[in-house]
Design a protein around this ligand. Structure first.
Ligand SMILES: NC(=O)c1ccc[n+]([C@@H]2O[C@H](COP(=O)([O-])OP(=O)(O)OC[C@H]3O[C@@H](n4cnc5c(N)ncnc54)[C@H](O)[C@@H]3O)[C@@H](O)[C@H]2O)c1
Length: 357
């Protein structure tokens, strides 16, 4: 097959990185890009020789011979742009958040299936080598029964106006957690506050509860003095900490645990162990490049992406429930309802029901 001809939409702070990856990857030809800003278009044509920059998507779709579209424009544009691209029969990679509501996510999923198009959502952490390693550690049972997980995604700035910190940041944490566990939460609750813009939460504390007593807690904020990107997993045999801001040695496995014992006396009822810390060697490959390559592999092989539209839909469903909880002062919102799309048989392989090992 010929190399897919790719175009990107949105050349902003993140979209530029996405465009750069597709420009550098040898399995495709980045032939076009589109942005409303003239200076971004000029910068793209200057930095990526051979790439034509357009000011409107309609003009680009008419003028360029394309196979696949990458949508890296603001979240509010995702639904109309992805819809337009699918209706024009292009394969699509859309940045997170997939959409800003479940109805739009479902419509795009159906559209991609009806037109046999690849539709992939930019859940970057599912392609992160450390997250893959953590998933393997959980699946192999090395960490034991998982007690709880917590993540922190906080920093100062990039305060968005179209979506709150929950919709902007939490898709990363939610997709990472359900990918690692292979489970979906049964209920969620969230509390947060808007300090800077009315009705747009800057800080959110989100809790997910799973059938098997596993808890996950997600702290997100764009009002914080530190840039922190950490995930901590506490298991019955070992614990793990992933620090994505570390330049190297991003993952540490603690051979430590606390567990109830067959007690002969009160002093022996709980065993606590403080063991060695292991730093496994994990690939330092750029997650974004791995993610973009995965999209190209799916386009070329006509395969279903790891972070496909079902995955996107699951995350949007959790975000909608979290938003509902946020608006009602943190009341738990149940997610147990039967959802035909989410439980589609072909997705069963993604969700191993018994995690306990
Ligand atoms: N995966 C990640 O780690 C990650 C990180 C940051 C942002 N993102 C996501 O990437 C997307 C882009 O984020 P960003 O930080 O680059 O945003 P940004 O605001 O910096 O840039 C958006 C760009 O899109 C352009 N644009 C807006 N509407 C357009 C349209 N209709 N047609 C063409 N161009 C249009 C704007 O001119 C601007 O240059 C968002 O969905 C964001 O959530 C993902």
């Amino acid at each position: 097959m010929k190399k897919p001809r790719v175009a990107t939409i949105g050349l902003g702070a993140w979209g530029w990185n996405v465009g750069r990856c597709f420009y550098e990857l040898p399995d495709c030809e980045l032939i076009a890009c589109c942005d409303l800003s003239e200076s971004r278009r000029m910068a793209a044509e200057r930095n990526w020789p051979g790439v034509k920059a357009y000011s409107t998507v309609d003009e680009m779709f008419t003028m360029a011979e394309l196979d696949a579209i990458v949508v890296s424009s603001p979240a509010i544009t995702h639904y109309p742009l992805v819809r337009k691209a699918l209706l024009a029969d292009y394969d699509v990679f859309v940045e997170k958040p997939f959409t800003l509501n479940l109805e739009h996510a479902e419509e795009l999923l159906h559209l991609s299936e009806a037109r046999s198009r690849v539709l992939m959502v930019g859940h970057l952490l599912e392609y992160h080598p450390v997250v893959e390693e953590l998933r393997n550690l959980i699946r192999s049972g090395e960490l034991g029964d998982i007690y709880y997980i917590y993540t922190q995604r906080v920093n100062l700035g990039r305060i968005r106006g179209d979506e709150n910190a929950l919709w902007s940041f939490a898709p990363h944490d939610i997709s990472q957690i359900i990918f690692m566990l292979g489970l979906e939460p049964v209920d969620v609750s969230a509390r947060g506050q808007s300090f800077i813009q009315n009705g747009i939460e800057d800080v959110v504390f989100l809790s997910l509860f799973f059938e098997s007593r596993i808890m996950a807690h997600i702290h997100i904020s764009w009002l914080d003095p530190h840039k922190t990107r950490t995930t901590t997993i506490v298991g019955s045999k070992k614990m793990a900490v992933f620090d994505d801001t570390a330049v190297s040695e991003k993952l540490r496995i603690y051979d430590s645990f606390a567990t109830p014992q067959q007690a002969r006396s009160y002093g022996e009822a709980i065993q606590v162990r403080f063991g060695d810390i292991r730093i496994p060697r994990v690939s330092a490959a750029e997650p974004l490049k791995l993610e973009c390559q995965h999209f190209l592999d799916c386009v070329i092989k006509r395969a279903r992406p790891r972070s496909d539209a079902y995955d996107g839909l699951r995350v949007i469903r959790i975000l909608e429930a979290a938003q509902q909880s946020l608006e009602q002062d943190g009341i738990p919102v149940n997610l147990r309802g039967e959802d035909e799309l989410i439980t589609a048989p072909e997705r069963a392989d993604r969700c191993w029901s018994a995690l306990r090992v």
